[in-house]
Design a protein around this ligand. Structure first.
Ligand code: SF4
Ligand code: SF4
Length: 193
């Protein structure tokens, strides 16, 4: 018997739009750091707990995977993904529709911290926090690498167009929405082109 676990995650994306605009900009100092041939980009040069708040926020690729509901097996503890999205997730932009006041609607949305990145077992394999935690590089489609907030969608990594809202879906029905793609790195997203 599986039971619903209210494990959701979010990062400080209060200024998500401004942040992504900044990432898309050639003026972005984070982009400049990746263009320097003598210095490593911050996500390779620093550990998670060494990052500035701006660097930490910019690590989020905007995929929206962590805003999907998950089911935990009551006995084994196994966690499976569903395509049932949080009520506040915009299924097209893959962003929270009311991040600043989300606690009023979704009190179990948690703020991702360095400690939680090390503790949470279910972060998607594409998640930049997990990749950096595990000493791996970011993929080509990550906005910090590509310079565009659209590549996470183009690479088929984001949840765009693949979710249903939890509104009106009973927890008992979640078992009919179990999917494995949020826990998979899409084959076509590994190498560019
Ligand atoms: S899974 Fe990771 S990279 Fe994707 S939205 Fe969540 S925190 Fe950001
Ligand atoms: S409230 Fe929902 S959509 Fe917003 S960040 Fe949290 S889990 Fe994601």
């Amino acid at each position: 018997m599986a039971k619903h676990i209210p494990l959701r995650k979010s990062i400080p994306q209060g200024n998500a739009k401004a942040l992504m605009k900044s990432i898309d900009s050639e003026e972005n100092p984070l982009n400049r750091s990746t263009n320097c041939q003598t210095e490593q980009p911050f996500w390779k040069a620093k550990t998670l707990d060494e990052m500035t708040a701006t660097e930490w926020e910019s690590l989020c690729d905007g995929c929206g995977r962590c805003c999907l509901n998950k089911l935990e097996d009551y006995d084994s503890g196994e966690i499976v993904w569903t395509d049932v999205a949080c009520t506040l997730l915009d299924g097209e932009t893959c962003r929270c529709k009311n991040y600043v006041n989300r606690a009023l609607t979704v009190p179990d949305c948690i703020q991702l911290t360095v400690e939680e990145v090390h503790e949470i077992t279910w972060l998607p394999p594409t998640c930049a926090y997990r990749l950096v935690r595990d000493g791996e590089d970011l993929y080509w489609w990550h906005p910090l690498v590509s310079g565009s907030s659209e590549t996470v969608h183009e690479a088929g990594v984001s949840v765009r167009g693949r979710t249903v809202s939890e509104d009106g879906v009973e927890v008992e029905e979640y078992e009919h929405h179990v999917v494995d793609w949020p826990n998979v790195v899409p084959e076509g997203s590994i190498n560019q082109g």
